[in-house]
Design a protein around this ligand. Structure first.
Ligand code: ADP
Length: 160
């Protein structure tokens, strides 16, 4: 059984993330999408809300599990019996950072391989930070995020 981890901040999950996840779910036996809890990085949404919104957004995908973790991704991967890390690439600008990260991870755990995937072009420019910026400036984000995220933000911020 090939288990892959898709780690990230997912603050919040976007249609770009979802597209990568669906592709990964079609390739691997099981994919665990896992929110990295970083004590130093103060997020936009709390980790438990991010997890809840991911769960609602992926409920139709049978071989996908949702979780969160702290610490090194490779330790989490080992704990879950996963041998693959999924990362997405949008532009050349992602490449340098992602390359370094994957090499650092292979230096630490050679048995865990990073697989890079790309999205459909229409989702390529979407990032969680762009979504936050558009949303906080009262722009329409309905095309860029799964419905549970849209509904949550709409309700949570209706009086702001
Ligand atoms: P991180 O803080 O770990 O970069 P993100 O939630 O921003 O977490 O992203 C998780 C992964 O998903 C990263 O590999 C990122 O490059 C990828 N990703 C995010 N948005 C897109 C997108 N629109 N197309 C392709 N990959 C994406």
């Amino acid at each position: 059984m090939k288990i892959a981890i898709y780690p990230g901040s997912f603050d919040p999950i976007t249609k770009g993330h979802l597209d990568i996840l669906k592709t990964a779910a079609g390739i691997f036996d099981k994919v665990i999408i896992a929110v990295a809890r970083n004590s130093e990085k103060h997020g936009f949404l709390p980790v438990d809300v991010r997890v809840k919104l991911i769960k609602e957004s992926v409920k139709d995908l049978d071989n996908v599990e949702v979780d969160f973790f702290e610490g090194l991704t490779i330790n989490y991967a080992r704990q879950k019996g996963a041998t693959v890390l999924i990362r997405g690439l949008r532009a050349v600008s992602d490449f340098e950072y992602e390359m370094q990260l994957s090499q650092a991870n292979s230096a630490l755990a050679d048995e865990v391989k990073t697989v890079f995937l790309t999205t459909k072009p229409k989702y390529n420019f979407i990032s969680s930070s762009t979504i936050k910026e558009i949303f906080l400036n009262k722009g329409d984000i309905s095309k860029f995020v799964p419905e549970p995220v849209f509904n949550y933000l709409d309700k949570e911020y209706e009086n702001v």
